[in-house]
Design a protein around this ligand. Structure first.
Ligand SMILES: Cc1cc2nc3c(=O)[nH]c(=O)nc-3n(C[C@H](O)[C@H](O)[C@H](O)COP(=O)(O)O)c2cc1C
Length: 224
């Protein structure tokens, strides 16, 4: 049995997970709904998640060792800035053999780019799923930035605030993978994934970016 697990803030990783689901005629499970992680072992688990500040998002990091599977396919989407060493790090966290690991460049959350990706990158991965064989995931140069207070950097760079359009429906609270919203307030547990902003049916959550962050993104984004 093949299972697909995904964490997605704004839908980019979900688009990739859906591509696998359609190609393999199966469904996608939201990795943040911990109760839905099955205890039975799958033959193959495909895990799709974004790179956050050159790291594995902490919600994903905590779930990876809990997934029971013989083989793993690891897919990390990223906004064409940097990937850190996320695939190698996640390969060390899963309990099973890694048969494919791929970075998928896509739109950057903070530049409000669409969730587009080149499906050609994933075709060799689909082949490996049909004939599973363990691979060695290469360690890459991570650089220093991912180690420098990643959460603090997100908090300083991105502010989320409620506008008068909020009708307190609590959809944002229920969508938050970190349970960081309570009484309309956003706590320090927030990872700035912007899922709440995307979920709000009234667009009542406003995002403001630190100009330095915007400048950094525009300067460093690669055209792939
Ligand atoms: C908190 C945060 C940190 C990010 N850090 C990086 C990064 O280090 N390198 C990069 O290329 N993209 C980075 N991005 C962009 C996302 O990796 C990219 O847009 C991803 O496809 C978003 O997937 P999602 O919509 O499934 O959450 C970051 C996005 C967020 C929200």
């Amino acid at each position: 049995m093949i299972r697909i697990f995904c964490f997605s803030g704004t839908g980019h990783s979900m688009a990739v997970a859906r591509y696998f689901a359609e190609s393999l005629k199966t469904e996608t499970t939201d990795i943040t709904q911990k109760k839905t992680i099955p205890c039975t072992e799958s033959e193959i688990s495909i895990i799709v998640f974004p790179v956050y500040c050159g790291n594995i998002p902490k919600i994903v990091k905590s779930v990876l060792p809990k997934i029971n599977s013989k083989y793993f396919v690891l897919i990390a989407t990223y906004g064409r800035i940097s990937t850190g060493n996320v695939l190698w790090e996640s390969a060390r966290l899963v309990k099973g053999k890694v048969i494919a690991a791929e970075y998928v460049p896509t739109g950057h959350t903070y530049l409000d780019e669409p969730a587009e990706f080149d499906a050609e990158i994933l075709k060799p991965v689909l082949k490996r799923i049909k004939q599973p064989k363990e691979i060695v995931v290469k360690k890459e140069r991570k650089g220093i930035l991912p180690y420098i207070f990643p959460n603090l950097r997100s908090h300083l760079g991105v502010k989320i605030s409620r506008t008068a359009d909020c009708n307190k429906c609590d959809l944002c609270k229920r969508s938050c993978p970190m349970q960081a919203i309570s009484g309309g307030k956003i706590s320090k547990n927030c990872i700035r994934c912007l899922r709440c902003v995307k979920t709000c049916p009234r667009n009542a959550l406003e995002v403001t970016y630190n100009p330095l962050l915007k400048k950094y993104l525009k300067k460093n984004i690669k055209n792939i």
